[in-house]
Ligand binder design. Structure first.
Ligand SMILES: Cc1ncc(COP(=O)(O)O)c(C=O)c1O
Length: 387
């Protein structure tokens, strides 16, 4: 067994969820997914594809029709993107792993902005890379901010890759266009690859971008830049369980990534790729409604949490999480476990995402029924009153 595998931590989110297993009536807000099922026309497309006999392998890089659909979709949101730059993966997580496998040798230095979804720190570690974490910091109102100078100082010619997830899981922090431009210019000088995890790009609540999306590196990078942007069907099409996502990469890299896909998954299932292509073509019927509903969820939850004495929370500009602190409750894992067992409320502990998340809790607000959020806050208040 490789030491690095043995030393991978079990997920602290799972630890809390396991504590709640078998408890009827727990309200689970711990995982990063909506409780709403995938739109019916997408499910019908997969059924039709299966009935038509689409049970065979596809090209490693994905069906041409889906690669084209992704290129069209990304080109509409950003700048023109050639289909040759797109590879289809088994979800965003597989796309991120493929990027790490393509670019990282053992001993390479990787800079990661944290707190962040734990997979983004585990994947470079699995490749044997050395991590340097640059921490976002919360302001007094509970909004997390980047110290751009600190980040730029941390990325040197020795840095092989910079990993950025914005909009961010768990904090909702989102890079501004000016920050992206400064980072891209700096990484061009140092020769550092940017791995941009943009799976939450559509889940953006600002009004300052023409396309309604969070600022993306695909808006500003040229096809030759050392930038890999990762996207996914999971969040903006309610397709978490389908496992389909993509990479957009510089010209010339796709062939290498295709080789790696052969050794990982060989390809994504064809009936799923067909359903994804039809979903992308009809995104206007799906995604704006999802985002409008998530905005309502965010506002409802954050307003209520802000009225709970001792809670510090800000409305995040992107993503699907409220990340908050409760005065006097400094051990996040303990608090999350107690909330499950004593209040039937399932939240994720902030220290699952980095040490600086200690004392914070993450609440996924992607709930079909807003009343579930109300009930969750009621349970939290009742529990706090009893302390
Ligand atoms: C930051 C981030 N990146 C990537 C993913 C991957 O999502 P998927 O593999 O479902 O596309 C997730 C899922 O929660 C995430 O939070």
């Amino acid at each position: 067994m490789r030491n690095v595998i043995e030393s991978l931590e079990e997920s602290k989110i799972r630890e809390v969820a396991n504590a709640g297993l078998g408890r009827d009536g727990v309200l689970p807000f711990w995982f990063g997914e909506s409780d709403e099922v995938t739109p019916e026309f997408i499910r019908q497309e997969a059924i039709a594809s299966l009935l038509a006999g689409d049970t065979f392998y596809s090209h490693n890089l994905g069906l041409p029709a889906l690669r084209e659909a992704v290129a069209r979709y990304a080109s509409r949101l950003h700048q023109p993107i050639d289909t040759a730059r797109v590879a289809i993966s088994a979800g965003g997580v597989n796309a991120l792993m493929l990027a790490c496998q393509t670019l990282l040798d053992a001993g390479d230095e990787v800079v990661v902005v944290t707190p962040v979804w734990p997979n983004l720190t585990a994947q470079p570690r699995i490749m044997g890379a050395t991590l340097r974490c640059v921490s976002l910091r919360p302001d007094a109102q509970g909004a997390w901010r980047l110290d751009l100078d600190q980040l730029l100082q941390s990325v040197t010619p020795q840095t092989r890759m910079l990993v950025l997830n914005a909009p961010n899981n768990p904090t909702g922090w989102t890079l501004t266009r000016a920050e992206q431009e400064a980072i891209l210019a700096h990484c061009r000088r140092t020769g550092t690859w940017i791995l941009a995890d943009e799976v939450y790009e559509r889940l953006y609540y600002g009004h300052d971008t023409p396309n309604g999306c969070a600022p993306s590196f695909l808006d500003i990078a040229s096809p030759q830049d050392r930038v890999i942007a990762v996207g996914s069907m999971s969040k903006s099409f309610l397709m978490t369980g389908w496992r389909v996502g993509w990479l957009v990469m510089p010209e010339g890299l796709s062939q290498q990534v295709g080789k790696l896909i052969e050794y990982n998954t060989s390809c994504s299932p064809v009936f799923i790729q067909k359903a994804a292509a039809s979903a992308l073509a009809r995104t206007q019927e799906v995604t704006p409604q999802i985002v409008a509903h998530l905005r309502q969820c965010r506002d409802r939850l954050v307003n209520q949490l802000q009225s709970v004495p001792g809670v510090n929370v800000a409305a995040a500009p992107g993503g699907m999480y409220a990340f908050f602190q409760i005065a006097g409750h400094t051990d996040a894992l303990l608090t999350a476990k107690r909330l499950v067992l004593e209040a039937d409320l399932g939240l994720a502990p902030g220290n699952a995402f980095a040490p600086e998340g200690q004392g914070w809790l993450r609440w996924c607000f992607a709930s079909r029924d807003l009343a579930r959020l109300d009930e969750g806050v009621r349970r939290l208040k009742t529990w706090l009153d009893a302390q």
